[in-house]
Design a binder for this molecule. Structure first.
Ligand SMILES: Cc1ncc(COP(=O)(O)O)c(C=O)c1O
Length: 433
């Protein structure tokens, strides 16, 4: 979505906010007070890092604490939401968000832990086929995870981890180049594990095409959806991904370190030959408490879960997933595209009179809510000044990127305007209008 000529007046942003919009649920969130500037509340564009707190979360959390007080150990079975199968309530909404069948999804652990558990099953190196493909600018934890897996299986991470780089002078990957690299190293690649939306550039990769290309060379394909879930429409089942993992603390707003999600494609669920790390939550719940020595997993993603779930951390995920169900991804994406198109238009106005560069691709198929901007000043200092002088919260990634993400559930057009204005004021000494 492209806005050809942008009206950069503040009044216009305010007008845009008066239109009714089913996907705007700002009143359901707690927006923090601004630390600086003329507005009482923060313009919060850091939902790509940590989403805001839904108002409902505190009450739900208190209800779970009350159940512990009232039932103690009997809460496992007698609480209003019995703890023993608490995670069942999260399965459906999480599956809808990532485009999966309910039995392909389980909410558990944290993101990097889930990546490790899934790599333990889906990275099956041989002497020749032992490479893992990631983005050169993959999130550090993913890089550490795959390097440690490769080393764990006796291979050299410096040669066995293949890092995809954009062309010289470009910031993002081209699908054709990704596919060529896979074909060039077809016999040595065991697993492809990429970010659905890259954390740094905000680029959305062509998941379907890359998954197909990975399978065509005989590799398994998994996705880190940390920046994709709750941000862009996903179709994990249909794109035939082998595995995926994500967190719920960014666009899904379930709180810092929230319990994460994992996906295993249906076609792997009934495969007894697939190795797996297991615990007592892997086994069939019907016989779990018989404490048998050998597990009997059901054909669901739960077979990858290990421990009884942390109930006080599951409640916030349940609460925030409900919000997504009530809005729906189509309406959310529609609002997201309008917000980012507006923000991009303002940033292009700024780019025309300064040296900022918008790194995130501008075709709708290749971006979500985040726009990454390259600047020529100290980024940590810049984001600090945007907050203390203008009440705008963005985040920075060294050495030269600031990320602005108008999360559609709670960000307004006026928030976008404030972000562009703050950036303009700090970089050029003039406002955006
Ligand atoms: C793309 C990506 N992968 C992995 C991680 C690590 O997540 P966690 O600390 O939940 O394991 C993050 C955290 O922000 C991330 O953005």
């Amino acid at each position: 979505m492209r806005i050809v000529s942008i009206d950069s007046r503040e009044d216009h942003a305010v007008e845009l906010d008066t239109a009714a919009d089913v996907a705007l649920r700002r009143d359901d969130f707690l927006v923090p007070p601004a630390v600086g500037g003329e507005f009482p509340l923060t313009a919060y564009l850091a939902g790509n890092s940590l989403g805001l707190q839904p108002r409902a979360t505190r009450g739900e959390l208190m209800a779970d604490l009350d159940a512990w007080e009232e039932y103690a150990v009997h809460g496992h079975t007698d609480a209003d939401r019995p703890w023993v199968d608490y995670h069942e309530a999260l399965r459906g909404p999480a599956a809808r968000l990532v485009g999966a069948l309910p039995r392909e999804v389980v909410v558990m652990n944290s993101l990097t832990v889930n990546l490790h558990l899934l790599l333990a099953s889906f990275y099956r190196p041989t002497a020749i086929r032992h490479r893992i493909v990631i983005e050169d600018y993959a999130f550090s934890s993913d890089s550490y995870a795959v390097r440690s897996h490769v080393a764990f299986r006796g291979h050299d991470p410096d040669t066995a981890v293949l890092r995809l780089r954009p062309r010289p002078g470009e910031d993002t990957l081209r699908t054709d180049d990704v596919i060529s690299t896979l074909n060039d190293h077809a016999h040595s690649i065991a697993t492809v594990m990429l970010g659905g939306v890259n954390y740094l550039t905000g680029e959305v990769l062509d998941m379907q095409e890359i998954t197909e290309a990975g399978h065509a060379i005989g590799a398994t394909v998994g996705w880190d959806l940390a920046h994709a879930v709750g941000n862009v429409p996903l179709a994990l089942h249909d794109c035939d991904a082998d595995f995926a993992a994500w967190c719920h603390y960014k666009y899904v707003n379930s709180g810092p370190g929230a319990v994460a999600g994992a996906f295993v494609h249906e076609r792997h669920l009934d495969n007894p030959a697939l190795p797996r790390l297991e615990g007592w939550w892997s086994t069939d719940p019907a016989t779990r408490f018989e404490m048998r020595p050998v597990s009997q997993p059901q054909a669901t993603a739960d077979a990858w879960s290990l421990s009884n779930p942390p109930i006080f951390a599951m409640g916030p995920v349940r609460t925030s997933l409900e919000l997504f169900d009530s809005v729906g991804m189509d309406a959310l994406r529609d609002r997201s595209l309008r917000l980012t198109a507006y923000l991009r238009g303002l940033l292009e106005t700024l780019a025309a009179r300064s040296d900022v560069v918008i790194v995130t691709p501008d075709d709708d198929a290749h971006h979500g809510a985040q726009l990454s901007v390259r600047v020529r000043v100290d980024v940590a200092d810049l984001t600090e000044r945007m907050s203390s002088n203008w009440g705008v919260v963005a985040d920075d990634r060294q050495p030269d990127i600031i990320r602005l993400a108008p999360a559609p559930l709670y960000c307004t057009f006026h928030d976008c305007w404030r972000a562009a204005d703050a950036l303009s004021q700090e970089l050029t000494g003039e406002g955006i209008a």
